[in-house]
Write a protein that binds this ligand. Structure first.
Ligand code: ZN
Length: 242
């Protein structure tokens, strides 16, 4: 199966549309969503509608879903994120909230696992930034590859001679007898200094994994954030990819 991995959309409709346009040429057979469909951006409702239309095989809950649903304390979030969560909560209807409530913390089905933060206490939403955190998750994995989101930094951790290595090289062959932790990057708010929307395509048969970037209309997404009265920093950061 050829899967599209989508993560950290964050209510950015322009970025999500650009990614789905790019994916329409990729012949993917299924979608896997790693969480944070909402939060920060001005179009949570449209993003939920679009994700729903994809009928993903797995939907993972991010900290923003849990924040909006009241399952994670608002104190977990910085002031801008907290403001965006309260704004998002105010615009979603019951049906949309019920949809977010259906998202799971972990999905595991050979050859892949999905979790928003780390496999170590998924409900705590720890950040997987470095080799130490990657190693803990690798030890808990029962499949060759685990896809994570949350940091908004695209990259691949892999084991080489029992050492965890890291690469931001966008292409990798996944070997079934090895271990990988892959972050496909963020669609709606990249933080790795590349403002383009980030996603991944993984072919479970050939093992090929590709992290891809596409440009989108950042100015339009920014103007909607400002118009909605969300914190301006959430608009400005999109242009810098951080
Ligand atoms: Zn996020």
């Amino acid at each position: 199966m050829r899967y599209a991995l989508i993560s950290d959309i964050h209510g950015n409709l322009e970025a999500l549309q650009a990614v789905l346009d790019a994916l329409s040429k990729e012949k993917v057979g299924g979608y896997l969503c790693i969480g944070d469909v909402v939060g920060y951006g001005a179009d949570p409702k449209e993003c939920i509608r679009l994700v729903r239309s994809l009928d993903p095989e797995a939907l993972i809950a991010g900290n923003h879903e849990w924040g909006v649903l009241g399952l994670l304390s608002i104190e977990y979030f910085n002031e801008y994120a907290a403001e965006a969560i309260l704004w998002t909560k105010g615009v979603l209807n019951k049906d949309e909230l019920d949809y977010l409530r259906s998202f799971k913390l972990v999905h595991e089905e050979n050859p892949l696992t999905l979790v928003h933060g780390t496999l170590e206490e998924p409900a705590e939403f720890y950040y997987l930034f470095g080799a130490d955190e990657a190693s803990i998750t690798m030890n808990l994995m029962k499949t060759p590859v685990c896809f994570v989101g949350h940091t908004h930094v695209a990259g691949i951790f892999y084991l080489h001679d029992d050492e965890v290595q890291y690469t931001q090289n966008p292409a990798r062959k996944i070997h079934p007898d090895k271990r990988y932790v892959v972050n496909p990057g963020s669609i709606g708010q990249p933080r790795d200094r590349d403002p383009r929307a980030s996603f991944a395509v993984y072919d479970t048969e050939s093992g090929s994994l590709d992290i891809k970037r596409v440009p989108y209309d950042i100015k339009l997404a920014q103007s909607k954030i400002l118009k909605a009265g969300l914190p301006p920093v959430l608009a400005h950061r999109l242009a810098e990819g951080r």
